[in-house]
Design a protein around this ligand. Sequence first.
Ligand code: UDP
Length: 195
Amino acid sequence: NEAIKILGVRVDKVNPAEAYNRFLQLMDIEALSMIFTPNTEIVMMAQQDKALKAILREADLVVPDGIGLVYASKLHKLGLEDRVPGIELMDRILKYCHTTKRSIYILGGKPGVAERATEAILKEYPCIESKGFQDGYFKPEQELKIIDRINELKPDILFVAMGAPKQEKWIYKHRKILNVKIAMGVGGSADVWAG
Ligand code: UDP
């Protein structure tokens, strides 16, 4: 899909249906794919944060999660028509996982949040296989153990809900050693699911 630049930050020119189609393509690729859903705030943040900007450039799918990005695109005639809310893309992906019996793992949120989010997701989508969950406040020295566990469990989708830019940086840093098909930054979506 075509990428545009908003204030120098890469965002893909996709509507919700196109973003989902791209996700389906990424599921067919053996290597890990990174999906991010920056909003206007993150695009502003990337102005100062060169590492975040580079990570977004290297991602496999970057959807415009904010009406501000659509306005910016209109102003500069960049061709973005719709926003793609991250939580909606996550929901489409969860529906897909339900239909195709795929597995997920949720990493992030305060203790208990990922577990409650998983429970709520399984209630709505019982055919999803949960491989586990982990809060997002682990110590640096616990990190490799957490990654080892995720790699043993091999979830199809790893949702990382540690807020931006922490989740983007975490996924990027570990992208070569994580044994998952998709790693997606989902911000506060685990909190939303947890209720
Ligand atoms: N979070 C986390 N670890 C951290 C910092 C934040 O797991 O070290 C979680 C936080 O508990 C919340 C989520 O990140 O559930 C999203 O935070 P925020 O709402 O600030 O991010 P946004 O949705 O705006 O990206």
